[in-house]
Design a protein around this ligand. Structure first.
Ligand code: ATP
Ligand code: LTN
Length: 328
């Protein structure tokens, strides 16, 4: 069983792209591997400055992770700030990475440029050091990430190699794995961009907590093209291909086969909306149940923090020993 670590930032509502592209794989993979799932609130703090927001987003995301099917008996679901070793090893990682290396991170360049007049925290700059701590604390063999995160896994390996070279063999080198060609869900109104919570309008983004009627409405308004032939062609017909991909991800039938079953855009849109709404209904009721039982959620997160903490404490102790801090 490989140790697998995935983390998600509590930065807003979870959408269909997050579910089909990531969370669903987490659920189906939880029995095959030894999985740790972190809700990385310290990372979200790099762009948060209002009291209470992080806590609210964290508990909502936790409820959603259990609602989609992560089993607390099997998967270790924890909140990053509940395991103080992340911050502690984070500092050590900051001292093991260079200013030059951090300056070359494309995510920092993109995010700081986007924030323009906004406050750009030093945390946004040192973010990869904290991410390296997240990964190395768990001796993770595999870290499933999209392409945008590969550079962060590379720098984690570089940091681990440098630390091991300086202080002796301490950290296990992780590997980035790209999840099985998962659905890449596109925005319903702009099917050439990925569905994203940061897109301009909510109308092209289906949230897991949207009411069935809202979901069906969003699908009815999905942008298609001016032909009227249902055919699976991502290049020429991105809107129709996206609907077929989504319906395929929900039903398990291939998009090409589905295309043969439709002659009209309208029927495809309404079936898609209905299928997604039906898939989400049980998730929504489990979510509501959990959100109405904060005591239970707290208990589940404490179990996660306990399990994660045991592993993290042992790794941090190894790092401290290797450095040779004067023991207390
Ligand atoms: P934003 O919407 O602000 O770009 P995000 O929705 O991409 O953020 P992340 O926290 O970056 O959210 O990603 C969480 C997980 O969801 C990642 O594994 C990412 O690959 C996956 N994911 C995000 N959007 C999509 C999408 N449209 N299709 C498939 N997978 C996605
Ligand atoms: N940077 C990642 C979130 C993240 C992460 C991690 C992912 C923080 N720590 C450790 C994998 C492993 C993101 O922005 N999606």
């Amino acid at each position: 069983m490989a140790r697998v670590l995935s983390c998600i930032q509590p930065t807003g509502d979870v959408h269909l792209g997050n579910y089909l592209g990531a969370l669903r794989n987490w659920v189906s993979g939880q029995h095959a591997n030894d999985v740790f799932h972190g809700i990385v609130d310290l990372h979200a703090l790099t762009i948060t400055d209002k009291p209470g927001v992080l806590g609210k987003n964290t508990v909502e995301l936790a409820a959603m992770l259990f609602a989609v099917g992560l089993d607390p008996e099997v998967a270790t679901v924890f909140v990053q700030s509940h395991v103080p070793e992340h911050s502690q090893l984070g500092w050590i990682m900051e001292c093991t990475v260079s200013f030059g290396e951090l300056s070359r991170m494309t995510q920092f360049k993109d995010k700081s440029a986007k924030r323009e007049a906004d406050f750009v925290s030093a945390g946004l700059f040192t973010y990869p050091a904290l991410q390296a701590a997240d990964i190395l604390l768990y001796d993770a063999a595999e870290v499933p990430v999209g392409d945008d995160q590969r550079q962060h896994i590379e720098i984690t390996r570089d940091i681990a190699v440098r630390f091991n070279h300086r202080f002796g063999d301490t950290f296990f080198l992780p590997k980035a794995v790209t999840p099985p060609a998962g659905a890449r869900v596109m925005d319903l109104l702009d099917p050439t961009s990925k569905m994203s919570k940061s897109s301009e309008t909510d109308a092209g983004c289906v949230y897991l907590l949207d009411a069935p009627s809202a979901i069906e409405k969003k699908f009815k308004r999905a942008v298609t093209d001016s032909e009227n032939e249902v055919r699976y062609d991502r290049e020429a017909k991105p809107g129709i291909a996206n609907l077929l991909d989504i319906l395929s991800a929900v039903t398990g039938t291939s998009p090409q086969q589905l295309a043969d079953q439709y002659t009209q855009y309208g029927a495809l849109k309404s079936d898609c909306g209905a299928a997604v709404a039906a898939m989400l209904t049980p998730i929504q009721s489990r979510y509501t149940e959990l959100m109405n039982d904060k005591a239970e959620l707290g208990r589940l997160l404490r179990i996660g923090a306990e399990k994660a903490g045991t592993v993290a404490q042992a790794t941090l102790a190894r790092a401290h020993d290797a450095i040779g801090f004067y023991p207390r």
